[in-house]
Design a protein around this ligand. Structure first.
Ligand SMILES: NC(=O)c1ccc[n+]([C@@H]2O[C@H](COP(=O)([O-])OP(=O)(O)OC[C@H]3O[C@@H](n4cnc5c(N)ncnc54)[C@H](O)[C@@H]3O)[C@@H](O)[C@H]2O)c1
Length: 337
């Protein structure tokens, strides 16, 4: 039996807690940590058998943990991952793995030296449609990919930022719409294209959130060594949270993602649709649907790899590829804000 903990009991934490509870008895939720006493007490009232801590280091010192899930503000991801690695504890971190590329590389290096499994949550990669499209790209069905685009139009009200002591800040969130929201679509495109980025151009603006300093809107493109150009637009100024519109265009066909589905049009005139298969996923009760439903799949896979000593699909090394693009976009975009 593996003993695991969740650090940070905020909005995303139920996706982790429910997935861990579903893996019992192979994986047991032994401890949780949140430095907000009200949040911690509310959790322990519902889960009286779990040990609760206000202090992360005390939890690591007192519990004999196999893994810890980091559901914390971004600036804590790397320092808290390293504290865990130093005690021989495996880590599954929420996205982004870090605020800077240097920090991300440091965490990957330490996990490797200590032979620990470092995973990063990019749960949308586990959805049926992205998996199906990736398989078709690898099988050559879309031909050579030429271009890609993503358009994210989401709603993050001033109250969303005012209610948080870390969102909307450079120091603690590391940015705005790119590092927090658009990172998922950028990760998907980067994974599908699977090439080295050679040029990044980005322009940022803050059009509707005077209460914060980071970008609420970003446009730009990434050129890849394979010749693909990926153009992106992301804004948190929309009045609703709409499905990200993501397209890939190849020499033999095109694909357009809907929310959980993908629509493929081949140049020979045939069409294909891939629909979400949610039969073995949790109902996302009380959770925004645009988060995707696949935390449970990724967490199940992480423990399968940990238990059976298998390489993990979304390892720190894999997540670094997306962190590199995100960091490059910030390097370019911040010059324009
Ligand atoms: N994968 C996804 O789709 C998805 C969706 C939402 C959020 N997230 C990610 O999840 C992470 C957490 O986001 P959230 O929206 O749940 O944030 P949140 O602010 O709701 O929760 C963070 C929690 O961490 C606690 N905390 C802060 N500092 C702490 C410390 N030093 N020690 C212990 N606890 C501490 C806070 O009290 C809070 O309860 C972020 O990385 C975010 O990007 C991912």
């Amino acid at each position: 039996m593996l003993h695991v903990a969740v650090a940070g009991l905020g909005r995303i934490s139920p996706c982790h807690v429910d997935a861990i509870l579903a893996l019992s008895p192979a994986v047991e939720l032994t401890a949780v940590c949140d430095n907000n006493p009200t949040v911690l007490s509310a959790f322990l009232a519902k889960h009286p058998h779990v040990h609760g801590y206000l202090d992360y280091e005390e939890m690591l010192a007192k519990e004999k943990l196999d893994a810890v899930h980091l559901c914390l503000p971004h600036y804590l991801h790397v320092p808290y991952a390293i504290k865990a690695f130093e005690r021989g504890v495996n880590v599954l971190s929420e996205k982004p793995m870090a605020i800077t590329l240097e920090d991300a590389e440091k965490a990957v290096k330490i996990a490797k030296e200590k032979n620990l499994l470092y995973g990063v949550i990019f749960q949308i990669r586990y959805d049926t449609a992205p998996q199906g499209v990736k398989a078709r790209i690898e099988a050559g069905k879309l031909g050579k990919i030429i271009s890609a685009s993503s358009v994210l139009t989401w709603d993050r009200s001033p109250d969303y930022y005012r209610a948080s002591n870390w969102k909307g800040t450079w120091e603690k969130e590391g940015g705005g719409v790119v590092i927090d929201q658009a990172i998922h679509s950028m990760d998907l495109v980067n994974w599908m294209i699977d090439s080295t980025p050679v040029k990044v151009k980005a322009a940022f603006s803050n059009l509707g959130h005077p209460e914060m300093h980071v970008e609420d809107t970003a446009v730009g493109y990434v050129d890849y060594a394979s010749g693909v150009r990926y153009c992106f637009y992301a804004t948190n100024n929309f009045p609703s949270n709409e499905p990200v519109v993501l397209e890939l265009h190849g020499t033999k066909g095109d694909v357009r993602f809907g929310y959980d589905d993908a629509y493929l049009s081949y140049h020979d005139g045939t069409k294909e649709e891939i629909h979400a298969d949610t039969k073995d996923t949790f109902k996302a009760e009380g959770r925004p649907t645009y988060w995707g439903h696949q935390h449970d799949s990724e967490i199940r896979d992480y423990y399968d790899c940990l238990i059976h000593h298998k390489p993990f699909f979304l390892s720190g090394e894999e997540a670094l590829k997306t962190q590199k693009i995100i960091s490059w976009i910030y390097q370019e975009g911040r010059k324009t804000l």
